[in-house]
Design a protein around this ligand. Structure first.
Ligand SMILES: C[S@@+](CC[C@H](N)C(=O)[O-])C[C@H]1O[C@@H](n2cnc3c(N)ncnc32)[C@H](O)[C@@H]1O
Length: 289
């Protein structure tokens, strides 16, 4: 079962990547703080501060596995995965905007290999405004290798704020060079500053003919489900796939490091902590005419 394999692999041999925590309680505090940030994201006007290594670590441990599992579940069970890979050649280029630790990348290559394709012909390019190199290597790239037995033939990473004025030069090269573009869980962070909508429109404008874009995020956060309906009507873009799904996030395996950490972080809304026992995702997959 690809989902079970992904879940087990994600929790195998997980260690803290950076020597930044003195003890378990500090990790638990960081996960708690991240939950508080997410619960107030719309009100406070900003997402987590991923330039802080402790915040990246907390995300990689508490959120990345749930996202990867959810993305793979949607790809497998909603027909999204087959729509994503239809028409992709063995030498395709895949780009990710807001890649973080690479949950979508891991889910995509797991699906791709599950359908009998070889990741080692693919070129992968990742953009994020924070430097996720350490977490991404351990939680995505090494896991792609473990699950599929191979790696993309080329992996490029860029650190760039995609909505700053100087981003246009990179995006003008990056976007049209990819056959498939992922915008995974970045819209809701951008839209917290009212920049999500224009960003998706700008990316669509830069895309080359026949390339595809998947915009996927949490339905109920910052109006994302309604935004999907609007994205489906962007001029020159054809709607290939659209959906909503509520997903259960399994508990980390007993004895895993994540389980030890999360067992000590109570899921109490009264404390501003959101339980990540389930997600409600929406998505649109569009193709440029
Ligand atoms: C919730 S994380 C999603 C990570 C991963 N794609 C996933 O689905 O688990 C959102 C990512 O978007 C990035 N991000 C937010 N605003 C950004 C911006 N203006 N420019 C570039 N990256 C941004 C954050 O740094 C973070 O890594």
């Amino acid at each position: 079962m690809p989902l079970n394999q992904l879940w087990e692999t994600l929790h195998n041999g997980v260690i803290l990547n950076e020597r930044i925590f003195n003890n378990l309680a500090e990790v638990q505090t960081e996960v708690t703080n991240l939950r508080k940030t997410y619960s107030g994201m719309a009100r406070n006007g900003g997402g987590p501060n991923f330039s802080d290594a402790k915040v990246r670590e907390a995300y990689a441990l508490a959120y990345h596995p749930g996202h990867a599992h959810a993305y793979l579940q949607i790809m497998l069970n909603q027909g999204l995965g087959d729509s994503l890979i239809q028409g992709l050649g063995a030498q395709s280029s895949v780009g990710v905007l807001g890649a973080g630790a690479g949950a979508e990348t891991l889910a995509f290559f797991s699906f791709f290999a599950n359908r009998g394709f070889r990741p080692d012909g693919v070129t992968l390019s990742l953009i994020d405004q924070a430097d996720w190199a350490v977490q991404r290597q351990q939680c995505c790239i090494a896991k792609v290798q473990e699950i599929t037995g191979m790696l993309p033939k080329k992996i490029d990473s860029f650190i760039q704020d995609v909505v700053s004025p100087d981003a246009l030069s990179l995006l003008s090269r990056f976007v049209p060079s990819n056959d498939l573009i992922f915008c995974p869980a970045i819209y809701t962070e951008l839209e917290a500053k009212k920049k999500g909508h224009d960003f998706i429109n700008d990316v669509c404008r830069l895309m080359k003919s026949q390339s595809k874009i998947l915009v996927i995020d949490q339905a109920e956060v910052n109006g994302f489900a309604a935004a999907c309906v609007e994205f489906a009507g962007i001029p020159q873009m054809r709607l290939i796939h659209q959906g909503n799904m509520t997903l259960r996030v399994p508990s980390p395996p007993a004895g895993s490091f994540a389980s030890t950490v999360l067992d000590g972080v109570p899921y109490q809304n009264a404390n501003g902590r959101i339980a990540r026992t389930k997600y409600h995702f929406s998505w649109v997959l569009l193709q440029k005419n």
